[in-house]
Design a protein around this ligand. Structure first.
Ligand SMILES: *Cc1c(COP(=O)(O)O)cnc(C)c1O
Length: 393
C-alpha cells in the first residue's frame, strides 16, 4: 500500500513490512528478509522478543499512562536499573533520541548560566548527527540536515571530529564554552571511529575547563558496541550521556543520564514531557536491559562483531571498490570508493535489509541476537553484491 496522505519527508519507501520474529521480517507479500539493520539499531533483541512483548502486555493491562504529575513505578525501577548499569546518578526520560539530546543541551545551558556565561556554547563536531529538532539539527554537522531550516539555534561551535588540537584552539579563544557534545562513534556520519585516546582526552579538556562532557550514545549504547555504553570501553565517565534507539527494543523511549554537578541542574518546572517515561515504554526498556544482561548480549555483540569484521575483510580483500571496513561490536561500516545507495534495493531483492549512510558507507546494525548462521547468510548475500557492484569485480 502507498498512501499520498503522508508528508513527503521520507521519500519513497520500497517495502511494507508487516511481521517480524527474531532477526527475520516479512513484507505484505509474505516475502522474508534477514534484518541486518534492526530498525536502525533499535530492535537489538530482534523482533517480537517474548520478554518485551510480555512486559508491554502486562503493563498495558494495568496502566498505559498517568502523567509525570505522579510517581511512575516502572520509570523509577528503570532509573535505578540504568543507574546500576551506567554509574550515572540521575535520569530524565524522553520519547526519542532528539529529545534526550534537547535535555542535554538544556543542561549545558544551565551549566553555562551557573557560571555567568551569557551565551553558553557547546562544541559539536563536523559530520555528526544529533537529531531533527531545531537545536539538535543545529548541533548536527551536516549541511543537508540544515538545508531550508535557517535560522539555526545560537550557542554551538564546530570542530572537526577526532581532532583534539581543534578543541584546544577553541578553548584558547572562546570563553563561552559550557560543554562538548560528541558521538563516541559517528553513526549516521559513516561509522567513524576516533583515535583510541580521543574520549579520554576530551574528558581531560572538559575537566581542565569545567565544561560538561556530553556523549550522544543514542546509536552506540544498549549493548551495540560490545558494552552497554561505549564509554565503558574507555574507562571514563561522562557528565551527561544520552541514549534512545535500542533502549525499548522498539518502544519509543530515550534517556538523558547525568552525574556529578550536571545531575543537580534541573529544578521543578525546568523541563518536562507529557509522554516521557511513560509506564509502557519504561516496562519495555526494563525488560530489554534485563534481557541484554541475562543473555550476555554485550559480549555476544563484541564477539560476533569481531568475527564479522574478520570475515568481511577476508572475503573482500582485493575488491577495489572497498575503501575501508571498520566497526565495533555490531556497528559495522563498509566504505566504498563510490556512492552505493543502489545496494540497499539490490540487497532487499536478495532478501536482506541493510542501509547505506553518508553516500558510500554500507551500514550494518544487526540485532544482538544474530545467530552464527544468520551472520554467514549476511556475508554470503552481501559480499557477492559488493563484488558485483565493483566495476572491476
Ligand atoms: C538516531 C540518532 C539520533 C536521533 O534520534 P531520534 O530518536 O531519531 O530523535 C541522535 N543521535 C544519534 C547518534 C542517533 O543515531
Amino acid at each position: 500500500m502507498t498512501s499520498d496522505a503522508l508528508m513527503n519527508n521520507y521519500g519513497k519507501r520500497p517495502l511494507s513490512l508487516v511481521k517480524g520474529e527474531g532477526a527475520w521480517v516479512w513484507d505484505d507479500n509474505g516475502k522474508r528478509y534477514l534484518d541486518a539493520l534492526a530498525g536502525i539499531a533499535v530492535c537489538g533483541l530482534g523482533h517480537a522478543h517474548p520478554a518485551v512483548t510480555e512486559a508491554i502486555h502486562r503493563q498495558s493491562e494495568n496502566l498505559v499512562h498517568c502523567s509525570n504529575l505522579y510517581n511512575i513505578p516502572a520509570q523509577e525501577r528503570l532509573a535505578e536499573q540504568l543507574k546500576t548499569v551506567s554509574g550515572m546518578t540521575n535520569m530524565f526520560f524522553s520519547n526519542s533520541g532528539a529529545e534526550a539530546n534537547e535535555a542535554a543541551i538544556k543542561l549545558a545551558r544551565l551549566h553555562g548560566h551557573s557560571k555567568n556565561i551569557d551565551v553558553p556554547t557547546i562544541i559539536v563536531m563536523e559530520n555528526s548527527f544529533h537529531g531533527r529538532t531545531l537545536a539538535t539539527l543545529t548541533a548536527t554537522g551536516n549541511r543537508k540536515v540544515h538545508a531550508g531550516f535557517k535560522p539555526l539555534v545560537r550557542g554551538f561551535a564546530r570542530a572537526p571530529f577526532d581532532d583534539l588540537e581543534a578543541v584546544h584552539a577553541i578553548a584558547a579563544n572562546n570563553d563561552s564554552i559550557a560543554a562538548i557534545l560528541v558521538e563516541p562513534i559517528q553513526g549516521e556520519g559513516g561509522i567513524r571511529i576516533p583515535d583510541d585516546d580521543y574520549l579520554i582526552q576530551l574528558r581531560n579538556i572538559c575537566d581542565a575547563n569545567d565544561w560538561l562532557l556530553m556523549l550522544d550514545e543514542i546509536q552506540t549504547a544498549n549493548g551495540r558496541t560490545g558494552s552497554f555504553f561505549h564509554y565503558q570501553q574507555h574507562n571514563i565517565r561522562p557528565d551527561v550521556v544520552t541514549i534512545a534507539k535500542g533502549l525499548g527494543n522498539g518502544m519509543p523511549i530515550g534517556t538523558c543520564l547525568a552525574s556529578g554537578p550536571a545531575s543537580q541542574l534541573m529544578q521543578p518546572g525546568s523541563h518536562g514531557s507529557t509522554f516521557g517515561g511513560n509506564p509502557v515504554a519504561c516496562a519495555a526498556a526494563e525488560a530489554t536491559i534485563a534481557t541484554i544482561d541475562k543473555d550476555k548480549l554485550c559480549q555476544r555483540a563484541d564477539e560476533l562483531g569481531t568475527l564479522l569484521l574478520e570475515q568481511f575483510r577476508d572475503t573482500l580483500t582485493g575488491c577495489d571498490m572497498v575503501k575501508e571496513i571498520r566497526g565495533r561490536g555490531l556497528m559495522i561500516g563498509i566504505e566504498l570508493t563510490e556512492p552505493c545507495s543502489e545496494l540497499v534495493g539490490q540487497a532487499a531483492d536478495a532478501g536482506l535489509l541493510i542501509n547505506v549512510t553518508a553516500n558510500n558507507v554500507i551500514r550494518l546494525l544487526p540485532p544482538l541476537i544474530f545467530s552464527d548462521d544468520q551472520a554467514r547468510q549476511l556475508i554470503s548475500t552481501l559480499v557477492p553484491l559488493i563484488k558485483a557492484f565493483s566495476p572491476e569485480g
